[in-house]
Design a protein around this ligand. Sequence first.
Ligand SMILES: [Fe+2]
Ligand SMILES: [Fe+2]
Length: 387
Amino acid sequence: MRPENLTEMQTAIRHLITAVANANLYSVEHQQIKRLCEASQGCFENLLREQGKLSLLMVEGVLLFDNIPLPPGLHAQKLAQLMERHRINRLILAPGLEPEELEKLVEFWTQPGKSRQGLPECPHLRFETLAESEALPSQATLDESSIYDAAGLGEVKKKGQNRLAEMFEDFGRKKTMHVAGLNEIVSSFIEAFSREVLSLLVLLPIRTMDEYTFTHGLNVCLLNLAQAMNLGIEGQLLHDIGLAALVHDLGKLHIPLEILAKPGKLDEREWGIMHQHPAQGAELLLDTPGMPQLAVITAFEHHLRYDLKGYPAVSAHWNQHLCSQMTTISDIYDALRTTRPYKAAKTAETCAEILREAAGSEIHPQLAGNFLSLLDHSAQKSGLHCF
Ligand SMILES: [Fe+2]
Ligand SMILES: [Fe+2]
């Protein structure tokens, strides 16, 4: 077998496993699952053209592709766990395999504990199962890092983080920002995470303040995308909501580091300076060619609060944009999950409690409900094994 074939098989498995992760979160009819199954089928088809029948065999927890062990990797490992859990010893794929057959396989794998010889109407896909006595479903759970990686988050987030850091540094020097670069970050998030983003909500890792600066924008972006998706928002508006979140704190570039990173509570003068960052951010964004107006509005309004008691001061009839209100929720949640020198990070449960209490005063009640339902959903999913 050519080494390229092994790589092609790994890609096929990655698409398939990502589809299973999506299907666990949402219905199997979701477009993203169809796209992933098509992508996976494309890779299998290339291999089938060259090799004829394909076989994936489990031997003592190791997955063999046509008798060659697959290189260790997260997706191969997840596939092995899935096969083990469903008591499948061998998966055989034949020429003519259709994407719809993979969709049926994905659907089957989202039904825990089921075991069958094959799937109805899947003539090009066959299982060989272990005898009941031999089967030992492992029910392995996913830890944080594996969820991140399974969703493609590890790599994309790292890239986004580096990119954002570079852009902010550049902005500090040249006072210009290329929106195209930011758009790329948001698009890669939407593309890579799609619905999987939900499983990450409760699991946003606790970080220190040092990490906070560059991961905060990305996390708030991620959380905004999840909120917006759950509300059925898509297309350009979804993108703009993500972008607005990414740059919502741009005004903090003007705040001296000794205030931003102060290892204690801020005094009155320091708070005064801190309170300027929304207006300053909006100004900077207004001067950035190609920046959507929504990003300017969001930067200005993200500390306003639902009852308008936040900052900057606005008239009593101010109509705060929903994107700003989503960003406030994401912002609060991400801040609560951050460890500071004088304050420990809160657990996801405590964060939910705090948000529940803030609903109707600090944050929009319906948007709070939407966010809490996401937290609840993702907690259940992560507790119930993502794959
Ligand atoms: Fe802020
Ligand atoms: Fe923020």
